[in-house]
Design a protein around this ligand. Structure first.
Ligand code: NAI
Length: 327
């Protein structure tokens, strides 16, 4: 099958070319939108990533040129207008799980870096500055960790933090009995917010979870709390997080995702004027660490994304039942 790839980066080509079988891939750097949709003319399938917006208008444009399948090379599908896709009869498949370890481990990397300031120490020592001033961290041992969402990624994160000797509290719409047996305590969100030294978000972005971190929930947190978001940017109200940093309620902020990331992340903008004042304000704080949606970015995850995406297309082409169907 002929597949048009949108938002392609060098690593997408590397891994998909490694696993390609009978399909023909046409790689485009451009993101998918109403204007670029026509690049897929002649292709029955397209393949997109997290920040490609599959709106009703984009779906119409794709349908008009005969696209039947959209293969998401990611797990989240909050960027897809599901109702419109159903109405247009366009099938959507995804990669529900590629490496939950990659994201859970990245959340821990953000915690350790923010806490022990290894990013600052690295730069200091390279400049011949061997001073320890202002590099003080804290022991993770016996600290309280609040985990919001204990699905595939959240549960691995809980287990890693238990390994550090932390007390792990969790909030989810469904409790995981195995985690409870391992020592994780499920509590209402409000109790976790007030008790946790570190809060890490691992729930999907839905109507219920959008801005779950806002002025009210930040006000309930401990003074100096560390907040980590490796899930989806819009879980956190950015303006409220900035206020929380200014008031010192938030003592550390680690983000791998950002509410307005579409126009920034995955691109080298080092010679550009960045118009987004909120991200520039965030970057001005010494206790904020932002990575550019790289939680998933391991060899293992990229290989699995390519393998499963291509097998999703195989299943569709063969008319088989689609294991990873969204619509
Ligand atoms: P999952 O579906 O296995 O787990 C999500 C958990 O959140 C489930 O246990 C669910 O019951 C819970 N949940 C749903 N609604 C909730 C609510 N209102 N309050 C509390 N909990 C709720 O998903 P998985 O694989 O663990 O991924 C979690 C998120 O991580 C994804 O939705 C995605 O946004 C993000 N992600 C980020 C990546 C990155 O590179 N930074 C890569 C992959 C995923």
């Amino acid at each position: 099958m002929k597949i048009a790839f949108f938002s392609t980066k060098i690593y997408d080509r590397e891994f998909f070319d490694r696993y390609i079988t009978t399909h023909e891939i046409i790689y485009f750097d451009a993101p998918l939108n109403e204007q670029t949709a026509r690049l897929a003319t002649g292709c029955k399938a397209i393949c997109v990533f997290v920040n490609d917006k599959i709106t009703a208008a984009v779906l119409k444009a794709l349908k008009n040129i005969g696209v039947e399948l959209i293969a998401l090379r990611c797990a989240g599908f909050n960027n897809v207008d599901i109702v419109a896709a159903e109405a247009d009869g366009i099938t959507i498949v995804r990669v529900p799980e590629y490496s939950p370890y990659a994201v859970a481990e990245h959340a821990v990397a953000l915690i350790l870096t923010l806490n022990r300031k290894t990013h600052k120490a690295y730069n200091r020592v390279r400049e011949g500055n061997f001073s320890l001033d202002r590099l003080t961290g804290f022991d993770l041992h016996i600290k309280t960790i609040g985990v919001i969402g204990t699905g595939k990624i959240g549960q691995l994160f809980c287990k890693i933090m238990l390994g550090f000797g932390c007390q792990v509290l969790a909030f989810d719409v469904v409790a995981n009995r195995q985690l409870e047996a391992a020592g994780v305590e499920y509590l209402p969100l409000i109790d976790i917010l007030g008790a946790a030294d570190i809060i890490s978000l691992h729930c999907p972005l839905t109507e219920q979870t959008q801005h779950i971190i806002n002025a009210q929930t930040i006000a309930m947190m401990k003074e100096g709390v560390m907040l980590i978001n490796t899930s989806r940017g819009a879980l956190v109200n950015t303006a409220a997080a900035i206020d929380g940093l200014k008031s010192r309620r938030i003592g550390y902020l680690g983000l791998d995702v950002y509410e307005q990331e579409e126009t920034l992340f995955f691109n080298d903008l080092s010679e550009n004027i960045i118009d987004d004042d909120e991200i520039m304000r965030l970057l001005s704080f010494p206790n904020v660490l932002i990575t550019s949606h790289q939680g998933f970015f391991t060899e293992e995850a990229l290989a699995e994304i390519a393998r499963v995406t291509l097998s999703n297309v195989d299943e569709f082409e063969a008319g088989n039942k689609l294991k990873n169907r969204v619509v």
